[in-house]
Design a protein around this ligand. Sequence first.
Ligand code: C5P
Length: 285
Amino acid sequence: GRPLDLTGRKVVISAGGTREAIDPVRYIGNRSSGLQGYALARTAAARGAEVTLVAANVALSDPAGAKVVRVESAAEMREAVLSAAADADVVVMAAAVADFRPATRHDTKIKKTDGEPEPIFLTKNPDILAELGTLRRDARTAQVRSGDGTPPLPPSPSLPPEPASLGVATPQSPPSGVTSPEPGDSRPGGGGLEVASRRGLRAYPEVIVGFAAETDDVLANGQAKLARKGCDLLVVNQVGEGLAFGTPDNAATVLVAGGEPVEVPFGPKEDVADAVWDLVAARLS
Ligand code: C5P
């Protein structure tokens, strides 16, 4: 059996792959099946967690014990993840989020004409994972400034000093419920994030986990991505040769901010999920 080491913890998991509409019938998508995210949701629930699963375009039945929020596009995923993240202990971004979307969405189906087709121009999507890291860092900085008692948690060692990596313009304003806490939120006698979390008022997740599919220089690219995105763990899949997309099995390396990488040998995606939860549970205070 599994340990019940996530009992009482709120975890948010994204799964599947986003679709970015071109017109009412066409989209740009990817091959993510959602199997890894669903394995994470099942195993987290089995370990006692309260699970919100943000699922993009998966053909899988709802895992027992998880609240499932279905989304289609990266923008919808961002809204769902950020609002659920505001009172979560852990966020795991296992979804394949489109980096780009068509700059304009046609209201009607694009017609076939005799001439050459019109080009489709792309624009950047917000990077949800990097945004979570930045929101958390800003919340921690605000907590330091408000000087509300005991010293705050140190910033994650993987965080760069400046949001230089956030090279993504976010046209939308943040959804309600995810803005930085008002200064008035820190009550006298409070104790920073730790007490805030005991009160159930912590603004951002204590542990943030990303996924990355890399084809080359897996460790070097993964370490750079871990730092750039400001996450605590980064699960790196080597793609190709029957691994990762659409298969029930996977092999991965979990990179750990300020720690040694953990290798998960080829096996069911539950094995990768349990290795992630072992590391997450160890980092939760
Ligand atoms: O930069 P890259 O796409 O390789 O990063 C992958 C990780 O970042 C995954 O955890 C994915 O869910 C997340 N991501 C995101 N928003 C994006 C692109 C990726 O949250 N727009």
